[in-house]
Design a protein around this ligand. Structure first.
Ligand SMILES: O=P(O)(O)OC[C@H]1O[C@H](O[C@H]2O[C@H](CO)[C@@H](O)[C@H](O)[C@H]2O)[C@H](O)[C@@H](O)[C@@H]1O
Length: 252
């Protein structure tokens, strides 16, 4: 797979967070965000009329916390279960209470303090990065959680097993952004590193967009960058190139 070209003024850019904009860390809260990154994202988004969004498995509030984004910056969280458009309005999928689902997972996490249970607005994630031998036990507990919940789906990411709303996907989140200004009528590009990003790759490719896999591994994507540092390098090059090109009119 080749590295991606640079975008033009009619592009809309979508970035995953963990493993794409920041390197993976031992714990979710331990990620290091390059201090220049929020400004670089805002500058690039500004050159695209605001058509740049973050699409993450993390809660939206977590992304705001790590990137300190302005209130009208597009963000989808929990794999698309919550989404803030460029109008600043947050839309959340309704999810039945997860109390019953939580019980088997909490019991396992209490028995094994190296596991990390992350409760999200519309889902649960059980991290085993500090205890890889517990992968099967995590899968079993999360499968039981799934059986105790309604309308949820299981996902096995990087050292994490999650349940999230079945209707939520990063592909659907990107589609929703493209239905709205300032994303509408633009060519979407999606950058991601994990299984949850494949739905977004499938969608952007179906509408003639560009899919960029970050790091190794099989993927539907047609382009590849080696790691988050390479993504940040691409962002810097894209910003310089766009700053030098005249503004094109993009249909509203
Ligand atoms: O869609 P993403 O933005 O890539 O979010 C996917 C999950 O990322 C986080 O977990 C991952 O990153 C952690 C920090 O580097 C790492 O410790 C963990 O092993 C990874 O799975 C986040 O905590 C999850 O909620 C996201 O779903």
């Amino acid at each position: 797979m080749l590295p991606p070209d640079l975008p033009d003024r009619a592009s809309a850019l979508f970035f995953d967070f963990d493993g794409t904009l920041v390197e993976l860390a031992p714990q979710p809260e331990a990620v290091h965000v390059d201090p220049a990154l929020p400004g670089e994202l805002s500058r690039l988004g500004g050159l695209l009329g605001g058509a740049l969004a973050i699409v993450s498995g993390r809660p939206l509030a977590d992304i705001d916390h790590h990137l300190a984004l302005p209130p009208r910056f597009g963000v989808a969280g929990v794999h698309g279960a919550e989404r803030r458009g460029a109008d600043g309005v947050v839309r959340r999928m309704a999810v039945p209470p997860l109390d019953a689902a939580l019980a088997p997972v909490q019991a396992l996490a209490e028995r094994h303090p190296m596991l990390r249970l992350e409760r999200k607005p519309a889902g649960l994630a059980l991290h085993y990065r500090q205890a890889p031998a517990l992968e099967d036990a995590c899968l079993a507990a999360m499968s039981e959680a799934l059986a105790r919940s309604e309308g949820m789906a299981l996902m096995h990411g990087k050292m994490v097993v999650e349940i999230k709303p079945r209707r939520a996907s990063k592909g659907a989140a990107v589609r929703s952004f493209l239905d709205e200004r300032p994303f509408r009528h633009r060519r979407p590009w999606f950058f991601g590193d994990d299984v949850t990003d494949e739905a977004a790759f499938e969608f952007v490719l179906s509408v003639g967009g560009v899919a960029v896999k970050v790091g190794p591994g099989e993927s539907l994507a047609t382009h590849r960058l080696a790691d988050p540092a390479a993504v940040r390098g691409w962002i810097a090059r894209a910003t310089s190139a766009l700053a030098e090109t005249p503004v094109e009119r993009v249909s509203p």
